[in-house]
Design a protein. Structure first.
Lengths: 337, 337
DNA sequence: GGTAAAACTGGAAGCGCTTCCAGCGATGTT
DNA sequence: AACATCGCTGGAAGCGCTTCCAGTTTTACC
C-alpha cells in the first residue's frame, strides 16, 4: 500500500459555483468582510459545510503576503544545549500565546553555518512573518542576519553588542540584588558570587545585581569567580573560591546548575549548607528543587518570557509598536539559605 | 522609529527582464532544469547576483504544491510535560536531519482542544507537506486527525490502538529484556518491576521484556507495580512493593525517573543500593547520571529516533515507501546494579 | 546541402486565493 | 419625483512562481 496521498480539497471556485455566487462573494464571507447579504452568506456557508471546504493556506499567503508563520530561532554552537529546560519553557510559553492567534511556530535550531544560512534564506524568501530570537552571545551572527532581513523581530533576553528595539527580558539585575540582599539579611558578610559568562548580558546583569546589593549594604563584594551556568563550571569555580577565600560564608550563584555544582564541592569539603555557608541560585527551572538541600533561588518565569515575546511579535506584525518588557523575578525560599 | 518593514525583494520577472530573457527561462536556471543555454544561464545568474534575488517561498509553494515545511506534533494534556528532555532530544535529532534537506520544522504542541483543531486545520489547509507524531497514548484523537488528513505521516513510537504503517521506535522490548537479564546474571531472583503506564505501548513493551526475560530464565515475575514514568510515580510504586514484597532484591524500573523515585524510597527505607537491592532504569537521558548512586540503565538514542523519523518522512514525501525501523537499545553499566 | 532530431526559447495557462473597481438596484433625502 | 447614497455584486487583475507547449534555432548525420 502506498503512502496515503492527499485527496484533493475543494477550491473556493467550486464553493462559489455550488453556492451560485461569484468567487469574490465567497471570499468575502470567508473573510467576514462587509457588504455581504444575508442570502449570499447563508448560501456560501452551506456550500462550505457540505463540501468540507477549507481555504488553502499557501494561496492565501501569496495573496495576502502573510504566511501565518513565525519563527523561533535558537542559536547555539552545540545543539545539545537545546536540551536545557529553559528552551522547553520558552517554547511552551510561545505555544500557549500562539494558540490565541492563528499563527504557527517554526522552530530553527541555527547552530552550524548551514543552519544559519538556512535561516537567512528562510527570512529573505519571506517564509515567515516575523522572528523571535533567543540566547545570543556577544555578537552572534544571527543578529546581523535578522536585522538585514528587515522582518519584525523580537529578542528574548538582550544581546551584548546592541540594545534591540524590541525585547522581553527577566529582571536579572533585580533578581540578583534580591538574592544578595537576602544573604545579607541573614547576617552573612563574606558573600562571594559565582557568575555566569561575562560575555553574556545575563551573566553581567546578575553580577551587577550582586555587586550593587553588596555596595548598597556597605559591604565589599568579597570575591568572584566566573562560571558558565553549568554544574561543572560551578563546581570548578567553587573550588578556586574555596581555595582563595576559605572563610566565605555565603554564595550567590548565577544559576541553579552553578549552585548545584558549588553545593557538591561544598559538601565534599565538609561545609554544611546553610549552616556554614548559605547559597542561593537563580532560575528555578527544576534543578533547584532537586538539589540537596533544595535551593533558595531567584525564580524567573520563562513561560512568561515566551508569551511576552510572542505577544510582542504579534503586535509588531500587526503594525503596532509595542514597548519592551522586563519581567519581574522573585525570591523563592527553600533550605539552602 | 517604526518596526522595520521588509523591503521589497526583486521578483523573478525583474530578474528575467534584467537578464534579457523570458521568465520561464529564468525559472529554469533557478531550478536547474535542462534545456538552458550557457549564455542564458550566465545572464540570469549574473542578474540574480546583482539584484540579490531569492525566490519567494510562498509563490513557489503555490505553484509546486509543496510547502517545504514538515510538522512535528507533540500531544500532551499537560504542556508542562513537553519539558521532558526526551522531546528536546527528538527535536535536536529532527533538526539535524532536516538540515540536510531544505525543509523546515513546524512545531505543534497540540494539547488542548484548541491546539488540536489548529493542527487539524493546518493539515487540511495544506500548510505542511507531512507530519511526525510523538507520544500518543491509547487512542489519541491526533491519530484520527492525521489519518483523515491523508498526509504523509510517520510515528515516533507506536500508538496502542493500531500499528502505524510508518514508524520509528526504540527496541523497548529488547532493552527491557537486556536489563532484566543483567539483574538475573547478578544472581538476583526476587526481581520486581515498576512499569510504565499500561495504556502506552512503551509501558507494555518494557513490561513484556521484563516478563519474558524472567520466564526464559526459569524465574517467575516476582511482582509488579504500575508507575507513570515519573519520579513521584516511581516512589509511590516502590512503597507499595516494599510493603507487599519486603524481600525483593532487584528492580527493573521502566524509566530512569521512575528508578530515581524508587531509589529515594529505598534509601529512606534503609536498603543499600546495589548491595541489598540492585536497580536498573531505562532511557539514559540525563537523570541516570545524576542519581545517587548513578543508575545502570538501558540507553536509547532519542536523537537517532528523531533523525530516523525525519528521513522516513522525507522519503514518504518524495513518493517512496520506506520501511519502519526499530532502533537498538543498549545496557549502560553504572553503580546501581 | 538536405533532413531529422535535439536543444532551446518565450508565451500562456495555471496554482488558489484576495481585493479593487465599476455597475447595479434598493434605500434615504429635499 | 428627482437625486445622491448606500449595500451588494461579479469581473478582472493581481500575488510570484512553475510548467506545458508550440515554435524556432542548432546540431548531427547521411
Amino acid at each position: 500500500m502506498a503512502a496515503q496521498r492527499p485527496r484533493r480539497q475543494p477550491t473556493l471556485d467550486e464553493v462559489a459555483e455550488r453556492a451560485g455566487v461569484s468567487r469574490s462573494a465567497a471570499s468575502r464571507v470567508i473573510n467576514k468582510a462587509p457588504h455581504v447579504s444575508r442570502a449570499t452568506r447563508d448560501a456560501v456557508e452551506r456550500a462550505i459545510k457540505e463540501m468540507g471546504y477549507l481555504p488553502n493556506r499557501t494561496a492565501r499567503a501569496l495573496a495576502t503576503q502573510q504566511t501565518g508563520i513565525v519563527a523561533l530561532a535558537v542559536s547555539h554552537d552545540d545543539p545539545e544545549l537545546f536540551a536545557d529546560p529553559f528552551f522547553a519553557q520558552v517554547i511552551v510559553g510561545v505555544s500557549a500565546a500562539l494558540e490565541e492567534t492563528d499563527l504557527h511556530l517554526l522552530l530553527c535550531l541555527a547552530s552550524s553555518g548551514r543552519g544559519r544560512s538556512r535561516l537567512t534564506n528562510l527570512l529573505h524568501t519571506r517564509g515567515v512573518d516575523g522572528i523571535m530570537l533567543m540566547a545570543l552571545h556577544g555578537d552572534d551572527p544571527l543578529t546581523h542576519i535578522v536585522r538585514r532581513a528587515g522582518l519584525p523581530a523580537v529578542y528574548g533576553g538582550r544581546p551584548l553588542n546592541f540594545e534591540p528595539q524590541f525585547y522581553v527580558d527577566s529582571d536579572n539585575l533585580g533578581g540578583a540584588r534580591l538574592a544578595t540582599e537576602h544573604l545579607i539579611g541573614l547576617g552573612r558578610t563574606r558573600i562571594v558570587s559565582i557568575t555566569g559568562p561575562m560575555s553574556t548580558d545575563v551573566g553581567r546583569a546578575r553580577y551587577r545585581g550582586y555587586r550593587e546589593a553588596m555596595i548598597m549594604a556597605g559591604l565589599t563584594p568579597y570575591a568572584t569567580a566566573e562560571g558558565d551556568f553549568t554544574e561543572t563550571g560551578g563546581a570548578a569555580a567553587m573550588k578556586t573560591l574555596l581555595d582563595s577565600h576559605p572563610d566565605l560564608d555565603a554564595i550567590f550563584a548565577a544559576s541553579d546548575d552553578t549552585a548545584a555544582g558549588a553545593l557538591r564541592v561544598l559538601i565534599d569539603a565538609g561545609r554544611s549548607v546553610p549552616a556554614d555557608v548559605a547559597v542561593v541560585g537563580f532560575d528555578d527551572l527544576g534543578t533547584a528543587e532537586r538539589t540537596d538541600p533544595p535551593l533558595t533561588t531567584v525564580h524567573q518565569s520563562v513561560q512568561a518570557l515566551g508569551k511576552g515575546m510572542t505577544r510582542m511579535l504579534v503586535e509588531l506584525i500587526a503594525g503596532h509598536e509595542p514597548s519592551s518588557v522586563i519581567l519581574p523575578t522573585k525570591l523563592v525560599l527553600r533550605d539552602s539559605a
